[in-house]
Write a new protein. Structure first.
Length: 470
């Protein structure tokens, strides 16, 4: 087995400066030479286990955090930011980006902070209607912060995974017994009764939890997989609230509403982890080529729940394909986003109309594979399909939404849906953009907006595919 070398130059330099030490001071404290410290800080030597242990003893650092792949995350974020159309050509290459991280990590972080502020402001500007007050611009979007919090954690929370595994191991049960287990656990351990209530009684709610009365009411509009999911969600809020609080304390969310929303998303994460235990789900996904329908049948869950769960398979030593997932309504609004990758898709409004997530509405329930290429040349494989939302009455029929589950082209060999395609065929890839407001593509027949940062050519003597360029 090949041992991975650990280069920690920027972190070691920040640690030393944080203790107001010279390289000679640190060398004496660690029992090494000043030259060796200098080589470590300049990434000309890798970190040895003995020096790592000395760092732990002298400075009290957590070695797991110290050797984490922080630079890789910074590089991915910096590379994505540099590709934004707001920046002029030419773009810095990878060597320049790595040099910036090695020699000016604080400057890189400040730049990324500024860039995120730019993205959030642009998003709010796009959503701003004439009827809304300009004060909205002063409010940071909790949705964006929560999305970035999940993404920064690679959409994986080990403490919730372990809690779900321990709970499942406490009283092993098959998928068809999960609902009964959850109902009994809530009743026996927490004194909470579960009732199925009529649509009229629920007043268009799917689930309510009356803490004072000790009653969970589930709408009869929910099917069995969603009833089990809702019970697992509430169990997390009741039994693992301390873990949710610890996680959200590091999320960057400060408002009361934002923290509540973050708790909801983390409880949803726990529910998926409980219904689809990591080890079994990962093994089934790998063995079945990430066939969503097969996985849904095996674990007694819905198509959407499987797609959500697939974005979370990022455990060290058992990593699944890193997926992104978005969900849109019939108007093209993005109503859910999860991302275990380094790409940024649909950060601004709705996704590209060339993307077949929209075509899925014309063929309900049918999986539509699509290979796509972004303006910067990155390529991805996606599957697109509709799913149904609970129907309350005649007035709430056709509450269909569409999902797109995608991954980088490098992972295609692991996915059964892609095996029938010839990847050498250049015409296989559909050219898509992030969003019409920011997409730099010219001569796109689906363009719906003038780009914010690009002037498209206009010739009065010629009519192009759209009114935005000719």
């Amino acid at each position: 087995m090949k041992v991975k070398k650990m280069f920690v130059g920027p972190r070691l330099r920040r640690l030393r400066k944080g203790h107001d030490q010279t390289q000679a001071d640190m060398a004496r404290a660690l029992g090494v030479s000043t030259t060796y410290v200098n080589l470590l800080e300049n990434n000309q030597r890798s970190l040895s286990v003995s020096v790592l242990m000395a760092l732990n003893d002298v400075y009290g650092i957590d070695w797991r955090e110290f050797v984490g792949d922080e630079e890789a995350d910074l590089l991915a974020d910096l590379r994505n930011a540099a590709r934004d159309p707001v920046f002029p050509e030419p773009q810095p290459d990878l060597q320049e980006l790595r040099a910036a991280i090695d020699h000016a990590p604080l400057l890189v972080r400040n730049f990324l902070h500024l860039y995120r502020s730019h993205r959030e402001t642009t998003e709010r500007l796009m959503r701003l209607g004439h009827e809304r007050m300009p004060d909205d611009l002063l409010t940071t979007s909790p949705e964006m912060i929560i999305h970035d919090f999940f993404r920064d954690n690679r959409n994986y929370f080990d403490t919730l995974e372990r809690a779900a595994e321990a709970l499942r191991a406490d009283d092993p049960c098959s998928p068809d017994e999960v609902y009964g287990f959850l109902k009994n656990r809530l009743g026996d351990k927490h004194g909470i009764e579960v009732r199925i209530a009529s649509v009229e009684e629920m007043e268009r709610s799917l689930r309510t939890y009356d803490k004072a009365e000790g009653v969970i009411r589930l709408s009869e509009a929910l099917d069995h997989p969603n009833r089990a999911f809702q019970l697992a969600h509430v169990l997390c809020l009741v039994e693992f609230d301390d873990q949710l609080t610890r996680l959200t304390s590091n999320s960057g969310v400060r408002s009361e509403v934002g923290i509540a929303r973050c708790h909801v998303e983390l409880a949803n994460y726990f529910a998926a982890a409980f219904l689809m235990p990591y080890a079994d789900f990962f093994e089934a996904a790998e063995n079945n080529g990430y066939d969503v329908d097969r996985l849904a049948a095996a674990f007694g869950v819905s198509f959407e729940q499987v797609c959500h769960r697939l974005t979370t398979l990022q455990r060290d030593g058992a990593r699944g394909v890193p997926f992104f997932l978005i969900r849109v309504d019939k108007a093209g609004n993005v109503t859910k986003r999860f991302n275990a990758t380094n790409i940024r898709i649909a950060d601004y409004g709705g996704p590209c109309p060339v993307w077949k997530i929209h075509t899925a509405f014309s063929t309900p329930g049918v999986i539509i594979p699509q290979f796509v290429e972004l303006p910067d040349g990155e390529r991805f494989f996606t599957i697109n399909r509709t799913t149904e939302r609970p129907s309350f009455s005649r007035d709430s029929q056709d509450r269909r939404v569409a999902l797109s589950l995608g991954c980088d082209l490098a992972h295609v060999p692991r996915i059964a849906y892609a095996q029938a395609f010839n990847l050498k065929d250049a015409s296989l890839f559909s050219p898509i953009g992030i969003n019409c407001h920011t997409c730099p593509r010219q001569a796109c027949s689906q363009r719906a907006h003038q780009p914010l940062f690009l002037e498209l050519p206009i010739d009065p003597a010629r009519r192009g595919d759209t009114r935005y360029e000719s």
